[in-house]
Each structure stands twice: as C-alpha cells, then as structure tokens.
Design a protein around this ligand. Structure first.
Ligand code: ZN
Length: 244
C-alpha cells in the first residue's frame, strides 16, 4: 500500500548541495511502519538506511562515516553527520527546530534536533565542530536550513529556562536577544534566532543560514506541535542525504 507523504518542504538554497526534505502533518511518524517506508522512498534509500537517533535533548553528535554505517544502532544523540551518500540522516521534531546542514565543498551533511535544551547546550555548534573534525569541513562552506518549529510568537518559557541558559554560560547579550520580554508577559524564547546566532558564531556565513519562519504551534493544521497537541502529537521528520 502506498502512503502519500502529502506536502514536503525543501529549501531551494540547500537543494543543489544535498537531497533533503521536511515532512508535514500528513505523516504522523509514530508507530506506522509504512510511513517510514514512504520517507525512505522519497529519500532514495532502503528503509534500513534511514539513520535515526535516540534523541535525548543533549549535545552529543553521532558520526556516520562512510564504511561505518552498517553498524548503526540508533545512538543517544541529537545530531548526526555523514559523508556517505548511501544513507539518509533523520531527526524527528514537533516544535523543536530541525536544522539541516550541507558542506558545498566536501558534500558532507548534518541533521540536528534543537529544542531549547539542546540549543542551550550549543548543539548546532557541536555539529559544525564535528563536521570539521570528521570531514575537514570549513564552516564558511556550509549552507543551513532551519525548518518549521516553535516561533518566538509561541515560545513562552519560565524564568527558570532563562536562568538555565545563564548557568550554561550564555552572556547577557545573548539572553537579551533570545528571550523577548514585553510588559506583563513571560519571556518568549526565539529558538530560530538562538540557533542562527550559534551557527554564525561557529563560522557559518549569515547569508547561507536560511530560516523557514514557519511556527508549528501557529499552524497546527499543517504541522505537528507538541504544545498544541500534547504527548500524542505526531512527529515530523527532517531528512538529509549527501548527493555525492
Ligand atoms: Zn507561533
């Protein structure tokens, strides 16, 4: 039986350098195995070549080097990098930011799952560092796409989250930029800005960082949102595969 994927999103700036897509609400990606076959079909790999992670809101980055991906056993990590075009990297999200990276020189790619906790842990910078170490990536050669996720419009957080960022060593300027304050409202976290800033700090040119600007909570008819639907929310996949 064919399961239609429904609408998929692609970033036109990233497309020449890596096969990739972001799924939408038409796939739930929970227990339905058939849906994963459909994701693999679109990615152009067998289903057992979709490399998923055991996502834990941490800072670990898994490396899937060419030749080693036969041993993949869903590591505990929130980002993965590879230079192997025979596999597709996958992160699953519902409000957390999916971030896809491609190196225009080496062809290496990365997929990152950045919720507020992993953003606090600087996960996207860790992914760039791992690409440098594993594949010799120059950060100036990276194109980045930040997919649909919780926008600052819906990013209400408690003060304890701001404190956690402070404790993690983020400076006053970063906290001012990332937590938007208006009178009478709790701070609102700008997940996109925080990750864009961290990519820039890692050496990725601002001009090659692309933010979809689509808030999952604001558009529950199009996207899955944990904040909108709770623990039963479906998940969206961000998928990337090296094209050479
Ligand atoms: Zn919103």
């Amino acid at each position: 039986m064919q399961v239609p994927t429904g609408p998929l999103l692609r970033n036109t700036a990233l497309e020449p350098f890596a096969n990739h897509f972001f799924t939408t609400a038409s796939l739930r990606l929970r227990e339905d195995e058939q849906e994963w076959h459909e994701v693999a079909r679109v990615a152009g790999v067998p289903t057992d070549r979709l490399l998923l992670l055991h996502q834990v809101h941490g800072r670990a980055v898994a490396v899937a080097s060419s030749g080693s991906t036969g041993q993949w056993s869903r590591p505990e990590a929130d980002a993965a990098v590879t230079d192997d075009p025979s596999v597709a990297l996958v992160v699953r999200v519902a409000d957390c930011a999916p971030i896809l990276l491609a190196d225009i020189t080496t062809g290496a790619v990365a997929a990152v799952h950045a919720g507020w906790r992993s953003t606090m842990h600087r996960i996207v910078g860790a992914a760039v560092t791992t690409m440098r170490t594993a594949f010799g990536t120059n950060p100036a050669d990276l194109v980045a796409a930040i997919g649909p996720s919780l926008g600052v419009c819906c990013g209400e957080m408690g003060e304890e989250v701001v404190e956690a960022f402070r404790d993690a060593g983020h400076d006053h300027a970063a906290l001012e930029a990332w937590f938007v304050r208006q009178p009478g409202r709790r701070p609102h976290f700008d997940l996109w800005r925080a990750n864009r800033d961290q990519l820039e700090q890692a050496g990725v040119p601002r001009s090659t960082i692309h933010v979809s600007g689509l808030c999952t909570r604001t558009h529950p008819d199009i996207f899955h949102s944990f904040r909108a639907a709770g623990p039963d929310a479906g998940r969206m996949a961000a998928v990337i595969r090296a094209n050479r």
